[in-house]
Design a protein around this ligand. Structure first.
Ligand code: UD1
Length: 423
């Protein structure tokens, strides 16, 4: 297994371009199942997760052409085969489960294994299943599979989500576009990735109104066509590089090809910590001086709140702040697995349920640590960059799920970081 070895303490300087958003790309790939015409995605990230999903789409009968040199992928789901997604092609990540609705809409029946994904909590799919049932699906759970039938087709419905779910909003939206009549989704998620998906579906001929707002209205259409669509920039990748620059004194990093307006909650927290954030339209410059960071409390929330996918990285900064901060995780019940690993570098963190109390220390010192999930692992990289001495992060297959060229990007910014093959 590979690991990443960092000799910490360097300032980060220069420019880094952001890729398309993993969390959007995966849902856009699934949405390609809704048409028999080619769907070309540009600004596509090249990640273990997108490759894994491409395998599943091929298994379902779609033709997938990956073109990483052009950051593009074309999916043609003309001749779909048996709509069955086995456990082995689903278990590694939750986004795969979203094939259930599109397959059902196209074929009238589908069988999809219940999903796996990061070990950051229970992460059930009950809201997904209830919403599909509201659209007319008959669903049974058998031997780890969701088996869905819509013998009379799908029809529009009023669905009020009991709480905000990104996955369930996306899944229902992409299923309802081919249902008969009008669907109204209230208490819908408002993340930029929802808007990105709606924009692509509308370009394919769907009729979705008010995506990005609390209530989304979808008027079903009979058929969707092909499209070429650029994936929205990855706000989590942008935020991660911004936080890395903020963690390393004397850094000055400009992050390009991003949409800074998607990260207002992060910029507010970083500014309060004493990091200079100069946001433009498509780029943001992060300047960190030499003074210690100020402690800042944060609470994760659905968009436009502080993203749960940036919580671990923010904690990596607060461990070096001049005082104590409280980090509250409201989305997932088990998302502090980075805390004990950060403590191995000298951090002082106490976790009580959904709250972590972080008491800033003067310095971190390098140590071997282990990645536990995608975003947790990159928080260990940030801490390693800010620590004195050598840090090695093992189990970095988690990182490869969601960050393209991570160590090359940090090297180009001046970090001493390399990937080491385990012999
Ligand atoms: C969540 C994050 C998203 C992040 C992604 C990957 C939010 C609101 N969502 O999206 O920003 O990019 O993880 O880390 O911040 N839930 C149920 N039943 C369901 C669906 C969800 O109980 O059927 C619960 C989840 O366990 C969780 C909450 O609802 O506690 C929000 O989940 P959801 O937004 O669906 O998760 P993801 O789509 O994975």
């Amino acid at each position: 297994m590979d690991s990443i070895v960092i000799n910490g303490g360097n300032a980060l300087m220069g420019e880094i371009a952001i890729t398309g958003a993993k969390n959007s790309a995966l849902k856009l790939m699934v949405a390609a199942l809704l048409t028999d015409e080619p769907v070309t995605l540009s600004n596509m990230p090249e990640l273990a997760d997108t490759k894994f999903l491409a395998h599943l789409l091929r298994h379902l009968g779609a033709k997938v052409i990956e073109n990483p040199q052009q950051s593009a992928m074309t999916i043609t789901a003309g001749g779909l085969g048996e709509p069955e997604a086995p456990y082995d092609l689903v278990r590694k990540m939750r986004a795969t489960f979203n094939v259930l609705g599109p397959l059902l809409a196209r074929k009238g029946h589908a069988k999809v294994s219940l999903p796996g994904g990061c070990a950051i909590g229970a992460r059930p799919v009950d809201l997904h299943l209830q919403a599909l049932e509201a659209l007319g699906a008959k669903i049974t759970l058998e031997e780890g599979y969701a088996i869905a039938n819509a013998p009379n087709g799908l029809s529009g419905a009023k669905i009020n989500f009991p709480f905000v779910s990104v996955g369930a909003t996306e899944h229902t939206m992409m299923t309802a576009v081919l249902a008969d009549g009008i669907t109204e989704l209230s208490n819908a998620a408002k993340e930029p990735e929802i808007t990105d998906l709606a924009n692509m579906l509308n370009s394919m001929g769907a009729k979705i109104e008010n995506a990005g707002q609390d209530t989304i209205t979808i008027t079903g259409v009979k058929k969707l066509g092909g499209v070429t669509h650029g994936v929205v920039p990855d706000r989590i990748e942008a935020g991660t590089y911004a936080l890395a620059a903020g963690a390393c004194p004397n850094s000055d990093v400009t992050i390009t090809n991003c949409q800074p307006e998607h990260l207002e909650a992060l910029w507010a927290a970083m500014s309060r910590a004493g990091i200079e954030v100069i946001a433009g339209e498509k780029q943001v410059r992060i300047k960190r001086g030499t003074k210690p960071l100020r402690p800042v409390d944060i609470e994760t929330n659905a968009w436009p709140g502080f993203a749960t996918d940036l919580q671990a990285q923010f904690m990596a900064l607060m461990v070096l702040a001049d005082g104590a901060s409280i980090i509250r995780e409201t989305i997932f019940e088990n998302r502090f697995m980075h805390a004990p690993e950060l403590s191995r570098l000298g951090a002082d963190i106490t976790v009580h349920g959904r709250e972590a109390v972080v008491r800033g220390v003067n310095e971190l010192t390098g140590a071997p640590v282990m990645a536990t999930d995608l975003r947790a692992s990159v928080s260990l990289i940030i801490a390693g960059l800010a620590a004195k001495g050598q840090t090695s992060v093992s189990r970095i297959y988690h990182l490869d799920r969601g960050f393209q060229n991570l160590e090359a990007n940090f090297s180009a910014l001046g970090a001493d970081i390399k990937r080491v093959k385990d012999t």
